[in-house]
Design a protein around this ligand. Sequence first.
Ligand code: TMP
Ligand code: MG
Length: 289
Amino acid sequence: MIPELSNPSVCMRDPQRVQEILQSMVKAGSNTVQVISDFDMTLTRFAYNGKRCPTCHNILDNSKLISEECKEKLKELLNTYYPIEIDSSRSIEEKLPLMVEWWTKAHELLVQQKIRKDMLAMVVRESDAMLREGYQLFFDHLYEHSIPLLIFSAGIGDILEEVIRQAGVFHPNVKVFSNYMDFDDSGVLTAFKGELIHIYNKREGALLNTGHFQELRTRPNVLLMGDSLGDLTMADGVQDMENILKIGFLNDKVEERKQSYLDSYDIVLVKDETLEVPNAVLLYLTGNK
Ligand code: TMP
Ligand code: MG
């Protein structure tokens, strides 16, 4: 067993099953593995020194590109819809239209702000965006072992890319599915491109990208990482899947949500701000342990 799986933050409903999945994957070899990860609150920290860390949207919302009036409105949306996102008493079916409403309203507000493309790097640089501790090893190790990493995010692709670029880990093995901004000829935001990705339609997003999964068809073993129950469908496009190991970060409302996370994620990391466990799994899968 991987020693890190005994860390106090680790909870597993069926440790034996985790062991079996890991063994099958290690036997198949790391050249059959692909990693699919959510971004906000999965690759980035949930909190630092007791203060919440920003999502992609929050990075923009808190920036000087947004007027005070618009900031108020975005904050109202967050205060209304985030509690719904994490409410364990409501079903996904019930939450879905409300999440569409949140994303639609937030994007409409952002588009009204005439955001300039050439300001995004500065906004990210001046933000409190923080990848989880251990991110360097995570990204570098995947790159060194030519393991594809798909970052599948309902956040904002342009911001997310800038975060990992500035951290020096946007390696060529990284591919991003997310909401991308559309700019006019003078570089001003006019809309978001393509189909909206929100937290509960990642399955549909995955199925729209068959080309990507077709390319990776020789990698039927998946390591999936998320922080929302919506992230569990990110691998629905994977062809002829053999094994999947699902690691879930449970950041907020722990007691209420723990059982549902244990029922759906193989490994649940409770209030763990690091990538220590995913990294240990990766090292194990690549024979470094
Ligand atoms: P993720 O799929 O990369 O985790 O991104 C989704 C997160 O973005 C989700 O937890 C909610 C958050 N969010 C905001 O913080 N502000 C917003 O305006 C919207 C629409 C989403
Ligand atoms: Mg997330």
